[in-house]
Design a protein. Structure first.
Length: 228
């Protein structure tokens, strides 16, 4: 079945480029130049994924995310010129699934789209996650890389479990700290960096060339899911 993508962007050149590029990959593209129209088309056309610019003429993209999230869990990828960490964090905390900055690589965007569409199948319901060589068995609280069992502390396991449940998706520092350590620790980013360092060391991961945990500086972390 052809996947339908809604592009909400006020720049005609961007909409045309995405219409041609996504159409060439077999996607059906619907367009909306304004936020209100985007919310309306999201309800009526029932797209499989939304690509959303934040700088719209009528509504801010953050408002559009909030409006859509009131009734839909459709994957939303923000495509914006805004590069500040706080803009990214706010969009992701509001319910966006991913954030890509302009100018962008169409190959990267297509990979992010494939991942977001696969995640829509509901990985949160799984009890075991297999991502490349990494296996996370939630009920048995066991982790392995290849044939090697990895011993983790309780907090390290909970951190990895949350990343695995959201594999391929950026999880913000605040989201991780709130779920793993509690609301009182939402600002303790230095704490999180220490645990991520321990986790990478135990998994044999390299922060310079990560194969498991990818850092989005100032924003959060993503467990890498191959975009095949």
């Amino acid at each position: 079945m052809t996947k339908r993508i809604l592009v909400v962007d006020d720049e005609p050149q961007i909409r045309k480029f995405l219409r041609i590029s996504l159409g060439a990959e077999g996607y059906e593209v619907i367009e909306a130049p304004r936020g209100e129209e985007g919310v309306s088309k999201c309800a009526t056309a029932q797209p499989n994924l939304v690509i959303l610019d934040l700088g719209l003429p009528d509504l801010d993209g953050q408002q559009v995310i909030g409006r859509i999230r009131e009734w839909s869990d459709v994957p939303i990828i923000v495509l914006s010129v805004r590069t500040k960490d706080q803009e990214k964090v706010s969009a992701l905390d509001s319910g966006a699934n991913d954030y890509v900055t302009k100018p962008f690589s169409i190959e990267e965007l297509l990979a992010r789209i494939r991942v977001a569409l696969r995640l829509k199948m509901g990985p949160e319901a799984a009890s075991e996650f297999v991502i490349g060589d990494l296996t996370v068995d939630v009920p048995r609280r066991k982790v392995a890389v290849g044939e090697k069992d990895i011993k983790l502390t309780r907090k390290e396991f909970e951190l990895l479990r949350m990343l695995a449940q959201n594999a391929g998706r950026i999880v913000t520092h605040r989201q991780i700290l709130r779920e793993v350590w509690g609301p009182a620790h939402e600002e303790d980013v230095h704490y999180l960096r220490i645990y991520i360092g321990h986790l990478r060391q135990k998994l044999g991961d390299d922060s310079a060339k990560p194969k498991f945990i990818e850092s989005e500086p100032g924003v959060g972390y993503r467990l890498i899911m191959e975009a095949a």
